[in-house]
Design a protein around this ligand. Sequence first.
Ligand SMILES: *Cc1c(COP(=O)(O)O)cnc(C)c1O
Length: 404
Amino acid sequence: MIQIDKIREDFPILKRVINGKPLVYFDNAATSQTPQVVIDAIVDYYSNYNANIHRGVHTLSQEATDKYEEARIKVQQHFNAKHAYEIILTAGTTHSINMVASGFASLIQKGDEIIVSALEHHSNIVPWQMLCEKTGAILKVIPMNLDGSLQMDAYHTLVNKKTKVVFCNHVSNALGVVNPIEEIIKKAHQFGAAVLIDGAQATPHIKPDVQALDVDFYVASAHKLCGPTGVGLLYGKKEWLEKLPPYQGGGEMIDVVTFEKTTYAGLPHKFEAGTPNICGGIAFGAGLDYMNAIGFDNIANYEAELLAYGTAELLKIEGVKIYGTTEEKTAVISFNVGEIHPYDIGVILDKLGIAVRTGHHCAQPIMDFYKIPGTIRASFSFYNTKEEIDVFVNGLKRAVMMLS
Ligand SMILES: *Cc1c(COP(=O)(O)O)cnc(C)c1O
């Protein structure tokens, strides 16, 4: 059970008033809000033990190192990785994807194939296009259906001996559709291809088990998990992380340096050149603790209620069309009303204190598929309420009246 009143007390920002109205924050798919315990962890770090890690013998440096490595273990446990060193702390999902894509440049040859899904975020498409340009590999796309699901039959025929990497998001950020990643991983492995799953949009709602999934790489961002921006994870299976070359050269990632040759540090430090986002990593751990204390089953059940309620209420409005209508969805509703431009609705909703996202959601290929400029996306979190959905639906009705 979600104790909603108590939970809302944990988020200072939910008391904000925007344009004279209480904030209704429905842009959770872009970033989550931050509970007081995470804000406290950030303040505590800079107030009490700010120091560079891994290098100093002094007390502050040791305290900071211990807390940072504790955070890594929290992430490891949350995702059920076998080893803590399989968790690379990065600047976020985009950074993690680029680390893997650029590493594969040395493992890929001309004519090899890389498969991505039609539902990808731009951060998932561009690094692979760059890799293909560099190596002469070929990019193949798993097509999508009108309901937002992937054409899995097509996927099964796309995978072959030339496939080296398969790339898919766990949940689409534009539509909220949950993808059949188990099936995708299994099939790719039959041909020895590596699978990278973008969990940025799934992890706020689903607790993934990377060992059970048998996934090769899994990436996510702390700022969608009640943590701060600019920090995230790259989980990689030990074998793969050992195969990939380091992404950046610098301090922290080396073992021995001479001008003739440098040997690299072991995992995870090989991928963590320079001073990391120490405070961010620690706060990432605090955010995971907070969400785990509430419980991901509770979160999923409660958000499913919000999704069902929000969908039903929206569909009562004439002209509403929802994109992404599969059975399995997270609490994201992407929609348009008649021919009204999503941006115009977004502006009016903001005047009413309601924060939604409008536009292509960094997924232009999906918008091209539906032949629309974009959508209005309302995305719910476990700290939202049905009352807020009512405020949103009434605001939307007003906006539609003004614009039609
Ligand atoms: C948010 C998001 C990203 C990008 O995450 P950053 O933290 O901005 O790097 C990538 N993929 C999906 C599916 C997302 O939802």
